[in-house]
Design a protein around this ligand. Structure first.
Ligand code: ADP
Length: 677
C-alpha cells in the first residue's frame, strides 16, 4: 500500500513563484491589450482626422476658388475705386489747384494710401507724403517703368495691380492716370495692409477665417511659393515653402499629404493640398487639426493599463496570501499527521503496555502490548470507558477512572490463572488551566524479571552460604579421609582374622559411606564455587550429536527412544564443557523419569535472535506443587538423589545470561526449555 503522507507530498502545490509568473504574464497581457486598443483607436482617429482635414481642405479649396473668382471681380472694383480717386486728383490738377496739402486731403477723402504726381520725365513732383524724400539710388525700381505708356501718351490709365513698394517694405496695389494736358501721371496706391484688409473684409480671407473657426481646426493657410496669402491667425512659426520638402512635393505633384507638425508647442495633424483655379497653380492650402482625440486615447490607454495592472497585482497578492496560508496549513497539518502517525506507531509497537484516556476517562490509546499483556482479544476501544472493557484488570480501571499519579507501583494480578507482576507508571498532560488533558498509564510485565531477581538473590545467598559451607566441607573432608583410610587399613589387616561377619560388612559400610559423603562434598564444592566460563564458538549440530551419544548409552539400556531434531548448522558462543554438563543432567533426569518404550526428544530452533533448546520426555511428569521447587538445591524426590542436578543446570544457564523453564503434565511428561543468547 502506498504511503498516504508521501501521496499528499506528491500533489503539485502551486508555488508562489508560479503565481508571480502568471501575474507578470497577466500584467503584460493587459498592457499589450491596452497598447493594441490604443493603436487601434489612434489609427481610427488618424483616419477620422484625415477624412476631416481632407474634407475641410476640399471645402476650403472649392469655396476659395469661387471666392477667388469673385475676388477678381472685387479687384476690378478696387481698381475702379483707386482710378476714380486718381481721376478726382486729375480734375483738381486741371484746375491748377494741386499741391501737397491738397493731396493729403484727397488721400484721406478717398481712403487711399498714397497719391504721387509725376511730371512728364517721370519725376515725382507732388505727394501726400512730403516727408519722404526719394533718392533715386535707393529705389527698387523706377515708377517710370510702370507708367511709361502714360508718359508716352499711349494710354490714359493703367491698373498696375500688386507690386512691391518702391522705397519701403511691403506691397502696394496701384493704378495710374494721365495728367491733364499730358503733363505726366498721377499714381494712386493702397498699401498691402489696407489691400488685405479690404480683401479680407469681402474676399476669401473671410472664408478662411470662417473655416479656421471650426472646432478642432488650429489653423488654415493659403500660401504661394513666396508668401502667405491668407491665414486665420499668425502662423509665422510654420516653415516656409523653401524650407519644406513636403510643401514642394505637393506643389510639384499635386498630391495631397497628411503629416504631423509642431505648432504652438503642440503636435498638429496637417493636411496639405494644391490649390488650383482653372488649372492655374495658385498655391497651397494647409489645414492644421488638433490631436486632442489621440492624446485622450493615449491617456485612456495609460489609465487602463495602470488600472488593470493594479487589479491583477491586488488579485495576485490575495491569491498568493490565501495559497501561502493554505500551504502553511497543509504543511503544518501534514507535519502534525506525520508526528501523530509516528508517535502512534511508536506507541503501538512498544513492548510496554500503554493506555491513554482523556479527562472524561474515554480511552484514546490502547496499544498492542496492552492487549497482549492482559490477554484481551483485539477490539476498538477508542472513546470507550475503562469499565466497559471486561477483561481489563481492576487496578487499571481504577487508575484510569481516578487518574492517580503512580510511580513504579507494583501490582500482582492473575491472568489466565497465572499470577503475574506489573510495574505501573502514570503520566499526566495538563491544559493551560491546569485541568487534565490526558492521563496515560505505562504498564510493564515484570513477572520474569522478578523471577530472575529472586533467583539471583537466591544465588547470592547460596554463594555466600557456599563460601561458608565449602570451608566447612574441607574441614569435614580431612577427618573423613582419615576415617576412610582407617577403614581401609582395618579391612586389610583384620579381614579374615576376625570372624565376625558383621565386622566385614561394617568396615565395608564405613568405606562406602565415607566415599559417598566425599562425592556429595565434591558436588557441593562444584556448585558453591562454579568454574569460570570458558567461552568459544562451536557448531550446534556437532554439540548435540556428542551429547545425545552419551545419553544413548543409558536410554538404549532402558529401551527408551532418543530423538534428535537437529538440523542446526548455526554456531553458538558458550562454554562447551559446562553446556554439555547441562544436557547430561537434563537427559539423565529424563531417562530416570521415563519408562521403557517412552521417548526423549532433543530439539533446537533459532527465534528472535535467540537459541532455543528443548529437552522433552514422555515420563512421569512433575506435580504443580513440585514444579516450583525442582531448581532448588537439594530438592529431590529420588531415594538416592542429591537434588543438585537441576540447581547446577540453572546456575550454568544463568552464567550464560540465559534462562531455563520447565513445563510438566503429571503422568504425561516434562519439557525443559533453555534460551541462550
Ligand atoms: P536429583 O535428580 O538428584 O533428584 P535433580 O535436581 O536433578 O536432582 O532433580 C530434582 C527433582 O526434580 C528430581 O528428584 C525429580 O523429582 C524432579 N525431576 C527432574 N527432572 C525430571 C523429569 N525429567 N521428570 C520428572 N521429574 C523430574
Amino acid at each position: 500500500m502506498s504511503d498516504p503522507v508521501a501521496n499528499i507530498k506528491k500533489i503539485s502545490i502551486l508555488k508562489p513563484k508560479y503565481i508571480i509568473f502568471i501575474s507578470v504574464v497577466l500584467v503584460i497581457l493587459m498592457i499589450l491589450s491596452s497598447v493594441y486598443e490604443y493603436n487601434k483607436s489612434k489609427n481610427e482617429i488618424y483616419a477620422i482626422l484625415e477624412e476631416y482635414s481632407t474634407s475641410m481642405i476640399q471645402t476650403a479649396s472649392m469655396s476659395s476658388a469661387n471666392s477667388i473668382i469673385s475676388d477678381r471681380e472685387m479687384e476690378s472694383l478696387l481698381a475702379q475705386h483707386l482710378l476714380s480717386a486718381a481721376k478726382n486728383t486729375a480734375r483738381v490738377d486741371s484746375l491748377g489747384l494741386l499741391n501737397n496739402d491738397v493731396l493729403i486731403k484727397l488721400a484721406q477723402e478717398n481712403d487711399v494710401f498714397r497719391i504721387n504726381v509725376f511730371d512728364k520725365n517721370g519725376s515725382r513732383v507732388m505727394t501726400n507724403n512730403p516727408g519722404d524724400i526719394h533718392s533715386k539710388e535707393n529705389q527698387k525700381y523706377s515708377p517710370v517703368d510702370y507708367i511709361q505708356p502714360i508718359l508716352k501718351g499711349e494710354k490714359n490709365e493703367i491698373v498696375i495691380g500688386l507690386k512691391e513698394a518702391r522705397m519701403e517694405k511691403g506691397n502696394r496695389y496701384a493704378v495710374a492716370v494721365r495728367r491733364p494736358f499730358n503733363r505726366g501721371a498721377i499714381v494712386v496706391n493702397l498699401d498691402a495692409e489696407s489691400y488685405m484688409g479690404f480683401r479680407n473684409r469681402i474676399g476669401f480671407g473671410k472664408l478662411i477665417l470662417d473655416i479656421g473657426s471650426a472646432t478642432g481646426v488650429e489653423y488654415i493657410i493659403l500660401q504661394n511659393q513666396k508668401e502667405i496669402l491668407a491665414a486665420n491667425k499668425n502662423v509665422n512659426e510654420l516653415p516656409s515653402y523653401e524650407n519644406d520638402e513636403g510643401l514642394k512635393y505637393v506643389f510639384e505633384t499635386g498630391n495631397m499629404i497628411h503629416r504631423i507638425v509642431s505648432f504652438g508647442g503642440e503636435e498638429i495633424y496637417e493636411a496639405v493640398s494644391l490649390f488650383k483655379i482653372e488649372d492655374e497653380k495658385i498655391g497651397l492650402f494647409r489645414i492644421g487639426v488638433g490631436m486632442d482625440g489621440i492624446i485622450a486615447a493615449q491617456d485612456r490607454m495609460l489609465r487602463r493599463a495602470v488600472l488593470s495592472s493594479l487589479i491583477v497585482i491586488v488579485i495576485s497578492v490575495i491569491v498568493l496570501s490565501v495559497l501561502i496560508s493554505n500551504q502553511n496549513y497543509r504543511i503544518i497539518s501534514d507535519e502534525f499527521r506525520k508526528i501523530k502517525t509516528f508517535t502512534g506507531s511508536v506507541l503501538e509497537n512498544m513492548s510496554l503496555a500503554i493506555i491513554t484516556a482523556d479527562d472524561k476517562g474515554r480511552i484514546k490509546i490502547f496499544n498492542k502490548s496492552a492487549f497482549e499483556l492482559f490477554g484481551i482479544p483485539y477490539a476498538n476501544f477508542e472513546n470507550k470507558n475503562a469499565n466497559e472493557i471486561e477483561k481489563l484488570p481492576l487496578f487499571v480501571k481504577e487508575l484510569l477512572n481516578e487518574k492517580n499519579q503512580v510511580k513504579n507501583f507494583e501490582y500482582e494480578y492473575e491472568i489466565n490463572s497465572v499470577k503475574r507482576s506489573f510495574l505501573v507508571n502514570s503520566a499526566i498532560v495538563n491544559n493551560e488551566d491546569k485541568s487534565i488533558d490526558t492521563y496515560s498509564l505505562v504498564i510493564e510485565d515484570i513477572t520474569e524479571a522478578k523471577e530472575i531477581e529472586i533467583q539471583l538473590a537466591q544465588n547470592e545467598r547460596l554463594a555466600a552460604m557456599g563460601g561458608l559451607a565449602s570451608g566447612v566441607a574441607h574441614e569435614i573432608r580431612n577427618p573423613l579421609n582419615t576415617i576412610n583410610m582407617v577403614a581401609q587399613r582395618m579391612n586389610r589387616e583384620y579381614s579374615g582374622r576376625l570372624t565376625s561377619e558383621d565386622f566385614d560388612s561394617l568396615i565395608e559400610i564405613l568405606g562406602s559411606e565415607s566415599r559417598r559423603v566425599d562425592g556429595i562434598i565434591e558436588q557441593f564444592l562444584n556448585f558453591a564455587r562454579p568454574a569460570k566460563l570458558n567461552m568459544r564458538e562451536f557448531r550446534i549440530s556437532e554439540f548435540l550429536d556428542a551429547v545425545s551419544k552419551i545419553a544413548e548409552v543409558q536410554s538404549s539400556e532402558k529401551g527408551i527412544k532418543l530423538v534428535l531434531n537437529n538440523a542446526a548448522e548455526e554456531m553458538i558462543n558458550a562454554d562447551y564443557q559446562q553446556l554439555k554438563q547441562v544436557f547430561i543432567n537434563l537427559l539423565r533426569n529424563a531417562v530416570e523419569a521415563t519408562d521403557r518404550g517412552g521417548t526423549i526428544e532433543i530439539s533446537y530452533k533459532r527465534e528472535n535472535y535467540k537459541n532455543i533448546f528443548e529437552v522433552k520426555d514422555s515420563g512421569c511428569g512433575i506435580s504443580a506443587e513440585n514444579l516450583n521447587k525442582i531448581f532448588d538445591i537439594y530438592f529431590t524426590t529420588k531415594s538416592g538423589g542429591t537434588g543438585m542436578g537441576l540447581s547446577i543446570v540453572r546456575q550454568i544457564i544463568l552464567q550464560h545470561n540465559g534462562k531455563i523453564a520447565a513445563e510438566s503434565d503429571l503422568g504425561k511428561g516434562t519439557k525443559f526449555t533453555i534460551t541462550l543468547p
